[in-house]
Design a protein around this ligand. Structure first.
Ligand code: GDP
Ligand code: MG
Length: 163
């Protein structure tokens, strides 16, 4: 059976950009359907001969009445039930937020395998800005720039260890 990687994180941290980077195609775009616009959230990834499924839980359709937190709880539920490893993405430019802490609490309680990735570190010199993320309790964060394609190989090296 193929391994499953689920990407989670609050809105705008770069989940879809990272998803496209991992699958090597721009597919997490919005597509027109009658009355619906939604991201493609499933695709296949490959790294060093390991084939796996990638799910961008951020592309799950929110209900109209959903708050950010209730939608994230749904995303977390999907990730917890489905993933062999969860990729928790945070924003290294904006820094740690209360929503990041709430997601971390849910994931910690689940006991799932979690890799923390600090995104938007476009300049490796800014790597020292990531220390505040240690408090989330997932060990050393992986430092990446999904836009620039930095750190993605090291990240996938970690990911495939769980498959
Ligand atoms: P999502 O809501 O988590 O899926 O985030 P998106 O992938 O849609 O990205 C949100 C915004 O962050 C977009 O404007 C992206 O261009 C930007 N972004 C994503 N990755 C990076 C990155 O590595 N560096 C920078 N500077 N911006 C990024
Ligand atoms: Mg997205």
């Amino acid at each position: 059976n193929k391994g499953i990687l689920c990407i989670i994180g609050r809105p705008n941290v770069g989940k879809s950009t990272l998803f496209n980077r991992i699958v090597g195609k721009k597919i997490a775009i919005t597509e027109d359907q009658p009355g619906v616009t939604r991201d493609r959230i499933y695709s296949e990834g490959e790294w060093l001969g390991n084939h796996f499924t990638v799910i961008d839980t951020g592309g799950l359709e929110p209900e109209k009445e959903d708050t950010i937190m209730s939608n994230i709880q749904k995303q977390a539920q999907v990730a917890i039930e489905t993933a062999d490893v969860i990729l928790f993405v945070v924003d290294g430019i904006e820094g740690l937020t209360s929503t990041d802490r709430e997601i971390a609490n849910i994931l910690r309680k689940s006991g799932n395998e979690v890799i923390l990735a600090v995104n938007k570190i476009d300049n490796p010199k800014n790597g020292s800005d990531v220390y505040e993320f240690y408090e989330l309790g997932f060990g050393e964060p992986m430092i990446i720039s999904s836009e620039q394609g930095l750190g993605i190989g090291d990240l996938l090296d970690e990911v495939v260890k769980y498959f």
